[in-house]
Ligand binder design. Structure first.
Ligand code: TPP
Ligand code: MG
Length: 369
């Protein structure tokens, strides 16, 4: 039994890698190594995409470094392609761990012809139909009411699908968040809300964000259980999310999971060198010392299945090579033509858009007479 509303985050693995609760049988060395692989790949994906940003090949990126256990753990506790995910903009690691290909992600970031949205979305705001991974919106918490609506529809249709809705700590101050939570609670909709509490909303700290002691206690007001979990302990994240998802799937209504983690990098390319402006280097160093990948490596070592330095180096090199190859493959498909911005929305294009398209066509042909 996993208790909601605990004063401290639930944890399975201590920072030194020793289990503090019995490790469930599903955590075989093979699974733990697979989780490790996904987390290292995600970390290196961040590094490579930041390089692409600096080269001017993409224009926006929000890294998830430090938050890999939260996103990979959540991904591995859902039924991919069956459940529906309403994510937020830092969730590319969630997508990767759900099986979204690096090629699709990179194509979206570069806005090439191979991009599933063909360059119409802001970079790093992808959506992929195969995984029921709904298009990301930049407007904080705007995904929460439609996620509740999605779950209400699932309930009325009588499916055993559930909806998973993610957001940051900052999102919980938005009106949309409360409206969505209230709707899901009042209708007992099958929605698993997951707060990726990285303790900062750009430059606003968690303490400035809310007078509540933590985020998960807010669930009480909406008639749902709130679970508090160490978001840098992948075993804990998976166990709690699996438990909460099963509870939701069984028809009990929604649940909230708060994963306590930390964003070790900048918020996005809009605020490089974050700690110089709003947080101390000491704070960042402290959380770098609680790295989720290192903790999993220590657990594997404790269990007698260590990841060697050579294996880790090979995995990093392999990821870099894969990203490089997929960038070239995506760029080779070229940039979408300007006309595509008028396509795929209306079956019959409204008159104002027809006028705009005609205007642009004339401009492209050398300007108006
Ligand atoms: C409605 C709205 N208000 C403000 C912003 C500007 N903004 C972008 S990200 C962000 C911080 C969000 O923090 P959090 O929800 O904790 O997510 P994190 O970036 O930490 O993962 C803000 C205020 C926005 N995108 N949308
Ligand atoms: Mg945050």
């Amino acid at each position: 039994m996993i208790e909601p509303f605990t004063p401290e985050p639930l944890r399975w693995v201590a920072e030194d890698g020793t289990p503090v609760r019995e490790l469930p049988a599903r955590f075989t060395p093979e699974l733990l190594r697979e989780l490790h692989r996904l987390m290292v790949q995600a970390r290196e994906f961040d590094r490579k995409l930041i390089t692409l940003l600096r080269q001017g090949r993409t224009t926006f990126y929000a890294q998830s470094s430090g938050m890999e256990a939260t996103q990979v753990g959540l991904a591995r506790s859902m039924r991919v392609g069956h459940d529906w995910v309403w994510p937020y903009y830092r969730d590319h690691t969630l997508g990767l761990a759900m099986g979204v290909s690096m090629f699709d992600l990179i194509s979206q970031c570069l806005g090439t012809n191979s991009d599933l949205c063909r360059g119409r979305q802001m970079p790093h705001h992808f959506g992929v139909k195969a995984q029921n991974f709904v298009s990301i919106s930049s407007s904080i918490a705007s995904q929460v009411p439609p996620a509740a609506g999605n779950a209400i529809a699932q309930k009325y249709l009588g499916t055993d699908e559930i909806t998973i809705c993610t957001f940051g700590d900052g999102a919980t101050s938005e009106g949309d968040w409360h409206a969505g939570m209230n709707m899901a609670g009042a209708t007992k909709a099958p929605c698993l809300f997951v707060c990726e509490n990285n303790q900062w909303a750009i430059s606003t700290s968690l303490r400035e964000q809310t007078a509540s002691e933590n985020i998960h206690i807010k669930a009480k007001a909406y008639g749902m259980p709130g679970f508090y979990v160490d978001g840098n302990d992948i075993v804990a994240v998976m166990e709690v999310c699996l438990h909460a998802a099963e509870w939701v799937r069984a028809g009990n209504g929604p649940a909230l999971v708060e994963c306590l983690t930390y964003r070790v990098g900048s918020h996005s390319n809009a605020d490089a060198d974050a700690e110089k402006h709003y947080r101390t280097r000491e704070e960042v160093e402290e959380w770098l010392g609680r790295d989720p990948i290192t903790r999993l490596e220590k657990l594997l070592e404790h269990l007698g299945h260590p990841v060697s330095a050579e294996e880790r180096a090979a995995l990093i090199a392999e990821t870099h090579a894969l990203v490089d190859a997929e960038v070239l493959r995506a760029e080779a498909t070229g940039q979408p033509d300007w006309q595509i911005m008028f396509e795929d929305v209306y079956a019959d294009m409204p008159v104002h858009l027809r006028d705009q398209e005609a205007f642009l066509r004339q401009e492209q042909a050398g300007g108006r007479a």
